[in-house]
Design a binder for this molecule. Sequence first.
Ligand SMILES: [Zn+2]
Length: 332
Amino acid sequence: MTLIKIKKVVKYLLALIFHFSGFNYYHISKLNSHYILMFHRLDDDNDILNISIPLSYLSDIIIWAKGLGEIVNMTDLLIQKEKKVRVCITFDDGFKNIKSITKIKPNIPSTLYLSTAYVESEKKFWVTELETLILRCEKRSLDLTSFCLDVYELDTIQKKHIAIRLLNSQIKKLHPASIEAVVKYLRLILPRHINDNQQFLNWEEIEYLISVGMEVGGHTHSHVISSKVTADEFRKEIVMSNNLITNNTGKPPKHFAYPNGRIQDISVFSRDILKNHGYMSAVTTIEGPNSIEDDPYMLKRFNVSKDRIENPWGRPSKAMFTTMLVNPISVH
Ligand SMILES: [Zn+2]
């Protein structure tokens, strides 16, 4: 057994103890918190960047979440200030494959944070484009030192996975214009291919999703990280995104998700700009439950990836899910 497998088994055994002893349920019902779950892609494929989950897993999560409390969208969570366990299902970015949520019946309230530049476009999200370009690359290494990045070894699939994760975290530190330059360069030197799973929703599909219970929030126009741009650039992104959402759905967005969403990605000016442009909440990717007293512009979320809720034998596990929410010893 590899070390990774042993770690997974230990994590799972701990999760079973916390779950079946009632510890997790006791903790969740005592705190009466709000749990905002973050998803990106509904996809069965291998999940290198921890942003995909199979639809069947989401379906299980919804059943488990209903067992803990009520599932609501962000508007209901914010407007009905109730101290009871509530769960929000949120999707970031607007990938086409989230349409498959409509296969789960009855309709589930959810919130979609849309990066409007990608709607109806064949444009690739740089995160997924990098992933595809590197996976398809036949070079043994990739030298990006001229962009103040590194040299990446690509001669095995494991090294490609490491390179994707590393490049993904390094490139986020650059200004959006520099990110675009790196991606353009990679498009020139690496072969391209179209993958349906990376395509984005169009407005017609978004309207259909709204008709079955999804609400649309903002995620900037071109997915800029607010701490990497000026206040003016951020404001322009918000105005553009709000106009597009309002014109296409008939409703201005009320909820926002900070792209990348860690504390260092959120600039001091973003809250005022969001408030001035009609947003009543903003979610981060900082992990944890929220209470009704918490700042509505710094709400925490759980990134629910396949890896985090799977048992060592590759099946979704309720014990892993409740242990992720409670995180009793900070290993989940
Ligand atoms: Zn995003």
